[in-house]
Ligand binder design. Structure first.
Ligand code: SF4
Length: 492
């Protein structure tokens, strides 16, 4: 089936990026637009901005890349110094216009806009309950569920209490930017699964999925939004208020943000992503280094890992020393618009996207470094490419543990059946991809480099045990899904 996805890199796909801005007295549209450009890697299916000028909400949301969705006129019409923005690559809710975000709607309780990164585990239960109370939904996504629940709570409560009550009812992963009339909020789920940070610009404040968006605005990172925290940007861009609405026992940060999704120049939970990846590469050498003539990254995802790995190899007095080479050239014009109708053609995508520089591999033993193996199609093709180019041996080292289970928190990992490592040993996987040797990084190495205990990380896709209460799946902690039942406002 032609599905328009990029099969030329066999990696997981991030779902969304969010941003919110409150400024003194200039329109927020352009800063939001630049921020979304900086977050484009987090979602390429749709983009949107919602602003508020103090009287009314303005919205422009459409399918496509940021650069295609907005033109000068669109930005000029997005009036107001406060706004939120979103880029999306959907799972829950499907690929269509009605699920593009920010979701915006006017309720009795005011104009509401919501941009969501993550995935709720109990969205269906909440939707059923809200529908039974007369709420009509226009999309199948979980963001609208949050919006309706919040709107309902706002009929009775002030903004902060209403958000708290919604947080007590939703279960799963969420980093949100919310706009209630011209107030901009940032909310991070109690496990801090997805990133969200606060930044300061000359004339205001920003909340964004990644600090790279703040850098793009010439701003300064203030800090991460804490798990369970609501950050309320003051009108006029004068500051922000913090409300710790839920005190978590443990966090469940997605370690894959550091390994793969986030930009290397972003700082997440106090760690520069580029440095994390280099240090994971160093660990990879410590745990499973092998003497070969050349070490090369799979571009671009393996680059920082490979440089750390090669550096550690060359510092190791017991090793012979390696050459670090960029031996695989990437065709940057093969993007996600490249449609692969058949499996056969998907496999060809690797040859379209990557080409080895023969002189760097011919007659040599080669180690290639990547961040992850999902389906294994790319890895298999890469090994073939390098052998065809004359490599004598091809060894593969992976900067993350084997992915053995799907993600329910908003990452498109593939199903269990599609995951090459699900139910297979490392030796089985090595055999399938045809490498001379294959090693993954250990979970302990990830925790060590991130400076976190395993209990504070989400490791669902590499252990099969999740930090949330997911139907039919084991959990690695004491979590309970909130009971959602018939309710009326009188019950609240
Ligand atoms: S299951 Fe994996 S990809 Fe999904 S949130 Fe957890 S660590 Fe991240």
């Amino acid at each position: 089936m032609a599905d328009g996805r990029d099969y030329s890199h066999d990696g997981p796909t991030e779902k969304c990026g969010v941003v919110g801005v409150s400024l003194a007295d200039r329109n927020a549209a352009r800063p939001l637009y630049y921020s979304l450009y900086a977050l484009q890697h987090r979602g390429q299916e749709s983009a949107g901005i919602v602003t508020h000028d103090g009287f009314q909400q303005h919205s422009h949301v459409d399918m496509g890349l940021v650069g295609d969705v907005f033109d000068e006129d669109d930005l000029d019409q997005l009036n107001g110094p406060a706004g939120i923005g979103h880029v999306r690559y959907p799972t829950a809710g499907g690929v269509n216009n009605c699920c593009a975000q920010p979701f915006s709607v006017s309720f009795k309780s005011g104009a509401l806009g919501l941009a969501h990164n993550g995935n709720l585990v109990n969205a269906d239960e909440l939707r059923d309950e809200l529908e039974s109370l007369g709420h009509a939904f226009t999309s199948s996504g979980d963001t609208e569920v949050i919006a309706h629940d919040l709107a309902r709570n706002l009929l009775e409560e002030d903004l902060v209490r209403a958000v708290k009550r919604t947080m007590e009812r939703i279960h799963g992963s969420y980093s949100l930017t919310i706009m209630h009339d011209d107030m901009v909020l940032g909310v991070r789920d109690p496990q801090g699964n997805r990133p969200l940070c606060i930044g300061k610009v000359d004339d205001g404040y920003v909340v964004a999925s990644e600090s790279a968006a703040i850098d793009t605005l010439d701003g300064e990172l203030v800090r991460d939004v804490r798990p369970g925290e609501l950050v309320l940007l003051e009108k006029g861009g004068t500051g922000f208020d913090s409300y710790q609405l839920v005190e978590p026992d443990n966090t469940a940060h997605c370690f894959f943000e550091h390994v793969y999704f986030a930009r290397p120049d972003s700082i997440i939970d106090d760690n520069l992503v580029y440095e994390v990846r280099r240090n994971l590469g160093r660990k990879l050498w410590e745990e499973s280094g092998i003497d070969t003539d050349v070490v090369m990254p799979v571009p671009d995802s393996g680059r920082a890992f490979a440089s750390g790995y090669a550096e550690a190899a060359n510092e190791d007095e017991e090793a012979d020393g390696v050459e670090f080479a960029e031996g695989l050239m990437k065709n940057r014009y093969v993007g996600r618009t490249f449609i692969m109708p058949t499996q056969d053609e998907r496999e060809r995508a690797v040859r379209l996207k990557l080409n080895p520089i023969k002189s760097t591999v011919e007659g040599k033993t080669v180690t290639i470094i990547d961040d992850s193996i999902v389906r294994g199609t790319t890895s298999n093709q890469l090994v073939d490419l390098l052998r065809d180019a004359g490599a004598e041996e091809v060894h593969m080292r992976i900067g993350a543990p084997a992915i053995v289970a799907p993600c329910y928190m908003g990452i498109d990992m593939a199903s269990r059946e599609e995951l090459i490592a699900a139910g297979q040993s490392t030796e089985d996987v090595r055999d399938v991809i045809g490498a001379d040797s294959l090693s993954y990084l250990s979970i302990d190495a990830i925790a060590d480099v991130l400076g976190q205990s395993r209990a504070d990380l989400c490791l669902g896709c590499v252990t099969g045990e999740y930090p949330y209460d997911i139907d039919g799946e084991p959990t690695d902690r004491d979590v309970e899904r909130p009971t959602v039942g018939e309710r009326t406002l009188a019950d609240d």
